[in-house]
Design a protein around this ligand. Structure first.
Ligand code: ATP
Ligand code: MG
Length: 498
């Protein structure tokens, strides 16, 4: 079959002509071919050359007037950008693996050798680029049929393909989720057999695939596949623990694995935000360790949001995911995920809404998306009632934010202001006074205005300082130690009324 008519990008003819001149055979291969045949856009083209890819890359870049050629000598590859396309050149390779080693022995090879070492038949197809036969599809494993039948199949015996590079098992799941393909039975059985080989793969390579699964249209497809093949068990035991329903006295609870996946799919319908999808994935992660059964009121998961937030850094660290603002964002959403719906259980007060706005800050919209996605139940009346309440909270959030602007709350009085007003050095009461002001604003006792805040400071500050002084005196008399002094002060503060 010939696809010359579709290979319109000027790079293809240029590669063919330069390869002709050098007496080499050159092919476009892999993801680009697959995606073109699927009608999916690509940003990169992989070229395989029998012989040196580096020399050919330089020659092609020259005739195209493309920018700088980056050469990676150790890998025998070269790359340049042309327009918005990244074009990578590599010499055809033959790989052989020794059992127990991750590092293949690589030698120069033919296009056939190169196709043999690819992961799936749909990723092993190539277009010939030399002028004689330009656009011919080179498809030794009938990837075209697999593409039409939406099948993922390994070119060689799957046990060989998967044990040579176990990451390919994750790639199988990722393509299934991303492209809506199914994994052919023999390959699927082989994944199950070889799942434990994933242990030799670095966390970085695993999380790249995991993130692609999460970014697919329905991530649940990939997660169910990973569970069923036990790939998930290799790197994500906390998620595996979500699976299952326990019954006591005839009372069961939700299967939190399927519930979680439903929430992830729901979020994915409205947002492409990777970390929001991560938050959905982890929102109930601490349900198994917090699960209790009470004869009177059934199953509870008290504190799972708090415990879950504390599990997030551990999970991120193990998977080598970014530990800074992305992790903190996920942690925050896990911690707050129950708050919007909890609001609806009582009268929605301005004060509770202000606190939620303050704690969620700019992430409040994402938090609401998560909370909305979390409303899943087989009981339609229940879902409808929750959704109605949810709408009430959304309206209230908008109304309160318009009125009070607490979403990006900045304390109107700083620590320096307090030290200056009472001529005191840095000490514990300063934080306490700041808190009193913040709470008063959140509770609507005073408006969010500097003048009102200052007046409150002048009224409450002396009382707080006097109490602190008296506690310091009792400390010096040996009534309690430092820790006891702090606790006494904190207890006094909780009872303090402005
Ligand atoms: P995407 O670009 O969407 O991640 P892709 O299939 O194009 O998917 P790349 O990493 O760009 O993936 O790799 C390009 C090609 O290289 C693949 O289509 C496949 O032929 C081959 N390939 C990549 N990784 C592997 C692997 N681990 N084992 C075998 N072949 C691979
Ligand atoms: Mg690619």
């Amino acid at each position: 079959m010939n696809f010359a008519g579709q290979l319109t990008h000027p790079v293809f003819r240029a590669v063919g002509e330069e390869a002709d001149r050098k007496g080499q055979s050159a092919f476009a291969i892999g993801g680009f071919v697959r995606d073109m045949l699927l009608g999916r856009p690509s940003k990169d083209i992989d070229i395989v050359v029998e012989g040196s890819g580096i020399e050919l890359a330089k020659a092609v870049a020259k005739v195209l007037g493309a920018g700088k050629v980056s050469v990676f000598k150790n890998f025998g590859t070269a790359m340049f950008c042309h327009g918005d396309m990244e074009v990578e050149f590599v010499g055809a390779r033959k790989e052989s693996y020794e059992r127990g080693s991750r590092k293949p022995i690589v030698e120069d090879g033919s296009i056939e050798d190169d196709q043999n070492r690819r992961d799936f038949t749909i990723n092993a197809m190539a277009f010939r680029l030399n002028s004689d036969g330009f656009g011919d599809l080179v498809d030794p494993f009938d990837g075209l049929t697999d593409l039409e039948e939406k099948t993922l199949r390994t070119p060689l015996d799957p046990d060989v393909t998967f044990s040579d590079d176990p990451l390919r098992m994750m790639r199988a799941v990722r393509f299934a989720s991303q492209l809506g393909f199914h994994v052919e039975k023999k390959s699927l059985d082989s994944i199950e057999r070889n799942a434990n080989r994933l242990d030799i793969i670095s966390a970085e390579r695993i999380h790249v695939e995991l993130n692609k699964i999460l970014l697919s249209e329905r991530p649940s497809v990939g997660f169910k596949l990973m569970f069923n093949t036990t790939l998930l068990h290799r790197f994500f035991p906390e998620m595996v623990d979500l699976k299952g329903v326990e019954r006591k006295n005839g009372i069961g609870h939700k299967d939190n694995f399927y519930h979680t996946l439903e929430v992830v799919d729901n979020v994915s319908e409205t947002s492409d935000h990777l970390w929001l999808r991560w938050a959905a994935l982890l929102h109930d992660i601490a349900k198994p360790p917090t699960k209790r059964f009470h004869p009177d009121h059934g199953w509870t998961f008290h504190g799972h949001e708090d415990r879950g937030a504390r599990m997030v850094p551990k999970i991120f660290k193990r998977l080598k995911l970014p530990m800074d603002h992305q992790m903190r964002y996920v942690q925050k959403l896990v911690l707050l995920h129950l708050r919007p719906i909890a609001l609806t259980k009582e009268e929605v007060t301005d004060s509770a809404v202000r606190r939620l706005l303050f704690e969620a800050g700019d992430d409040v919209d994402d938090l609401m998306t998560l909370a909305r996605a979390d409303i899943t139940s087989k009981n339609e009346a229940k879902v409808e009632r929750y959704l109605k309440n949810y709408d009430v909270v959304v309206r209230k959030l908008v109304e309160v934010e318009e009125k009070d602007r607490v979403r990006n709350f900045e304390p109107p009085i700083s620590g320096e202001d307090i030290m200056a007003a009472f001529s005191i050095p840095p000490c514990r009461p300063i934080g306490a006074i700041k808190n009193i002001i913040k709470d008063a604003i959140m509770d609507g006792v005073i408006p969010n205005q500097p003048d009102d805040a200052r007046a409150l400071m002048m009224r409450c500050g002396p009382k707080v300082l006097a109490e602190w002084k008296s506690i310091q005196f009792r400390l010096s008399e040996g009534e309690f130690n430092e820790k006891g002094a702090r606790e006494t002060f904190d207890t006094w503060l909780t009872q303090f009324e402005v």
